[in-house]
Design a protein around this ligand. Sequence first.
Ligand SMILES: [Zn+2]
Length: 507
Amino acid sequence: MRERLSPQENRRAWRYAALIVVCLVACVALAWHFTAHPTQTVFLPPTKEAVLDAAQGLDSITIDAVFDPESKQLTATQVMALRNPSGQALDHVTLRSYSGAYLSEATSPVANDELFAASYGQQFSTGGLILDSAMVNGERVQHTWEDDAKTVLTLPAKWAADGEITVTLTYHVNIPDCGSRFGVQEGIFALGNVFPTLAVWQDGAWRTEGYVSIGDPFLTECANWTVRLTLPQGYTVASTGYAEPVRVADANVYTLQAQAVRDFALVISDQFATSAAMADDVLVVAHARDKAVAQRMVKFARQALACYETHYGYYVYPTLTLAEVSFPYGGMEYPRMVMIGAEVIAAQRDALEITVAHEVAHQWWYAMVGSDSYHLAWQDESLCEYALMDYIGRYYGASTRANTAFDRIETAMRITIPRGVTPGSPIDYFQDLTEYSQVVYRRGAALWMALENLMGKDQLDAALQQYVQDFRFGLATRPQLTQLLSQAAGQDLTALMEDYLDTYISN
Ligand SMILES: [Zn+2]
C-alpha cells in the first residue's frame, strides 16, 4: 500500500524522477560514445625505467615537419646533437640518408626485376630527400654526397674526440609513387628510413654500405627522438612514437617522442581506421583501411607480446603501433612500430597472424637488441622465425608447433639452393627475396631448433633473456652471441654455429 504524498513531497519526488532520467540519458550517451569510439580514449603508459636509464647521454634528434599530401611532400628542419662515437678527433661527420636511393632508377632498391612491377607498376617514379641547407654548430657548411645513390652525407666539422656537435638540416622529401617502405600507394604514405641518422662508426671507419634490394640494408644506433609533425585534418599518423593530435588552426599537430630507439618511421593516411588496446602495460595501436583488420592486428600483436615476454623478457617500450602499408612485402619492422603489407591483409588463412607474430618478434631482435642487419641478417631474422614457433606453440599447441617447424624449417634444409650462400652470408650475396628468406630465416632458424634440443627449452630461453639484458639498446656482434650461448650451454658452440651458419648444404 502506498501513502498519499503531500504537495511538497510530490515536488521532491518529481525532482528525483527528473534526476534519474538525466542520469540515465547521460549513461546511455556515454555508453554510446565508448562503443562508437572505443579507441578515442587511450591511456599512454609511462616510459619504463630501463628506457629512461638508456636514454641518458644518448644523441638527440629533433624534427619539425609539415606534411602536404597534395604535393606528396614532407618539409622538415632536423636538429641533431651528436657525440663523437669514434674516440678520435674528426674533421667531418657522416650521416646516412637512405631515401636518396629512390631518386634515380639506377639506384632505387625496388627498381630491379623482382620488385619493379609490384613497387612502381608501369613506370618509375622519383622521390627522396633533397637537402636545402646544412649547418654545424650554427655555421652554414657545404655538404657532400659520397655515393651516387645519395645515401652517404658528409659535412665538415671540427669534432673533438670527446666533443658534441649540433647538426641542423633543412630539407624536403618528395614521396615517390611506389609501394615500398618509402613511397605512397593507394593513399598510404610510408616513410621508413627517411630521417637522416648518424652513420655507425665501426673498426675505425663509418659504415657506408649501399641501400640494396634484399633484406634490411641499414644499421643505426639508439637515440632520443622528438618529431613534431603537422598534418592536414583528416590525416592520421602511425609512428615509432605515439601522441594524440592537437588542433592548431585547420591542422593537426602531433608531438611524437621516443627515447632510446634506433630509428623513427611514419605512416600517414586519410583512410585509416584505428583500434587500440592495452597488452598488460603496453599500449597497442593498429591502423588499417578496414576497422576489422585493425582489430585483428591488435589481437595478434597482444598475443605476440604476451608470448615473447614469457620467453625472452619484457618489452621495454610504452607503445607498439601497427600500420597497413601498400607494399609487396609481408611486413617491415621499425622500433615500436610495424608496417604490415596490404597483400598479407588481403590473403586468406593465417598470413596476417604469422606476419604480425614475426614482425612483433623484431621488437626483441632488432629494436631492443640490435645486430648487423647487413652482414649478419640471420642474427635477427632467424630468431624471429624461431620466435614464431614459440607463438604457434603457445596458441596452437605443441603438435602444431612441430608441424610448422617441419613445414618451414626442416623443408628449407632439404631444398636446393643454387649457389653457395649460407645463413651467415651478407645480404648482398642473395639473388632474390625467396632465396634470402629460405636460407637466412628458415635455415637460420634450424640453428635455434638445434640449440633447443641441445640445451633444453628453458635453458635456451634463459640465455635469450640474458642476451636481451646484456645487449638491449646496443648492437650485439656474432662473437658476443656465440660466447653468451656457449656459456649458457656449458660448452663451446663455435663449431656448431659454423655448421649451421657458414656451411653450404647441397642437396
Ligand atoms: Zn623479419
